[in-house]
Write a protein of this length. Sequence first.
Length: 202
Amino acid sequence: MGQSWVKPVELADRGVRLVPLALEHEAGLRAAAADGELWNIRVTSVPRPEDTRKYIEDALRMDEEGKRVAFAVLDAASGQVLGTSSYHDILPEVKRLEIGYTWYAKSRQRTALNTTAKLLLMRHAFDTLGAGVVGWRTDNFNFASQRAIERLGAKKEGVLRGHAMRRDGTIRDTVLYSVTRGEWPEIQAHLLYQLSRPREGT
């Protein structure tokens, strides 16, 4: 089971905390999604307000099955829930996992939040868990997500055509990206440089 390799953990740096997602985060997650009414974006999987509890319950069920480890992303100072991210498609036999189910309140998008959270997740995956590959996947029409993944330094692997169903019933192509263990030192240095710049990172 994936869970025997990847366990829930708390990660923190630069004013951001990642803690295991729990039902206690329902109100905060609902508020984060309401910041920009993110559920109306057809190329994301952000839950509608009334579906937030089920979204968390589904994540916890997947965690129990060893398929996903979900985090609430918090402002370290205030404890405010800013969004969520997960490890998923956990393959312990080849030391591969993916980072996804990621979304943030609209007011915190295009800030240092995403870079910091991804740095924490990649650092834990490569340096603590010994992952060989960290991957991402996103909707072929989610250009903002693709740009954000590319800014991290991930390489595009390809496109799975006709791969998944969107919430509106249309069928999407899925774009795949990854970072390998050998690429990680340079990418970590790049992310730390982005975060050290006077203006905020991505």
